[in-house]
Design a protein. Structure first.
Length: 157
């Protein structure tokens, strides 16, 4: 049996800071988005991923990967977004076995209207307190960490 490599004091401090960010940030952004549009951060992320796709359309399996979600969770959320008239599901025009999600015009309009406030929240919570060097370091470190955890679904290669 190998001996445990305990965290150094510096690693522990880094770990606790990372945990605080990963636990608090989604909750704070969820609250903002719920107050502004009665949606969750996950809902927003689904809409954003569709808005960035060609023709605002993605296979459900690819959308699940981009949102780090199970197909069942994504299906439930897309159904909710369909009910609001923002997304629609259909068979892929290329492969009838594949279900695709498509961002409708109303969903894009809602997203465009909401994006400035959401970006403002992200800027206040993260970027306003960082230097350009900090931002570059955080991006570099984040890419390394995520690539080790889930290289298959890392979309910013």
């Amino acid at each position: 049996m190998t001996e445990t490599r305990w965290l150094s004091p510096e690693e522990r401090e880094c770990w606790l800071a990372l945990m605080a960010v990963s636990m608090q940030l989604p909750s704070l952004l969820d609250s903002d988005l719920h107050r502004q549009a009665r949606i969750t951060l996950f809902d927003y992320n689904v809409l954003a991923m569709l808005s960035e796709a060609d023709d605002h359309l993605l296979p459900m399996s690819e959308l699940a990967g981009r949102t780090n979600s199970s197909l069942s969770r994504l299906s439930h959320v897309v159904k909710k977004l369909e009910g609001r008239g923002w997304v629609e599901r259909s068979q892929s025009p290329v492969d009838a076995r594949v279900t695709v999600a498509h961002l409708r015009d109303a969903g894009m309009e809602m997203l465009v209207g909401l994006a400035p406030e959401h970006v403002g929240s992200v800027r206040r919570m993260i970027f306003d307190g960082l230097t350009d060097e900090d931002v570059a370091d955080l991006a570099r470190i984040g890419r390394k960490v995520v690539a080790r955890m889930d290289p298959e679904h890392w979309i910013f290669r």
